[in-house]
Design a binder for this molecule. Sequence first.
Ligand SMILES: NC(=O)c1ccc[n+]([C@@H]2O[C@H](COP(=O)([O-])OP(=O)(O)OC[C@H]3O[C@@H](n4cnc5c(N)ncnc54)[C@H](O)[C@@H]3O)[C@@H](O)[C@H]2O)c1
Length: 255
Amino acid sequence: MRELGEFFDKVVVVTGGASGIGEGIVKAFSKEGAKVIFADVDKDKGVKTEVVSKEESNHQDVYFVETNLAMEKEINQFSDFILDKFGRVDVLVNNVGVNKKSGTLTDVEIDVFEEVFKINALSSLTITKQLLPLMLKNKGGAIINISSTMSVGTKNDLAYSASKGYINTMTKSLALDYATDKIRVNAIAPGVIDTPAIQPWMQQEKNPAGSKGIPMGEIGKTEDIANAAIFLASQKAAYITGQILTVDGGLTVGE
Ligand SMILES: NC(=O)c1ccc[n+]([C@@H]2O[C@H](COP(=O)([O-])OP(=O)(O)OC[C@H]3O[C@@H](n4cnc5c(N)ncnc54)[C@H](O)[C@@H]3O)[C@@H](O)[C@H]2O)c1
């Protein structure tokens, strides 16, 4: 039996939903009773996440669409699937992101920047442009972009942090442009979250949280980010738009 809460029957779209933070967000919204459609390039993990989400949420409305979000043609196919099957979108979570450890501008070829920007920045812009008309038609919606605490600038990782800086700016500009249309646009800036992307590093560290100096003494969980996404999409956040919500166990608070 599907959860009869606020998200019952709402259409939620998630990019990069097969693993890590995206997987956590897919599972959280499907448990809330939403219809969840997610894109990912990883077919095996995508199929598994779809199956497990259906089991955990006790309903069948979870849809994995194999999509390479670096390819405009595949983004178009993903949007067409949503348009044809559901004709509406209530919540869009732009989560997909890669970190190619780009280094400094001296170290890195321009094609690395191109790849990182294509996946982290341009794919979110393209999907949002394609799905916005459905939110405008519905007279409302919530967009949540996954940024990073590294969006403010970091040493030795220019491409990634600049792509996340772009996400913050896109969040604020879209929030202003669509405020009167009741489309709220916010971002979440995770700190260090236990996902496949950072597990190789975690395995090398004796005390991962300590080595990063996380005040709460723990690496974050995907559920921590999913809970923030549920809040920002909910009516409890009805008057919140254009904000970057940091979820990092105190990492960026200061001395
Ligand atoms: N894990 C962290 O500590 C952390 C911290 C800050 C921000 N973030 C951000 O959170 C988001 C999710 O990161 P994660 O840690 O869960 O990473 P992850 O690598 O565990 O998951 C990313 C997912 O995106 C998919 N993906 C990658 N390239 C794709 C493409 N071209 N097309 C479609 N799917 C693609 C992968 O297959 C994977 O399922 C990213 O935007 C990342 O920058 C993560």
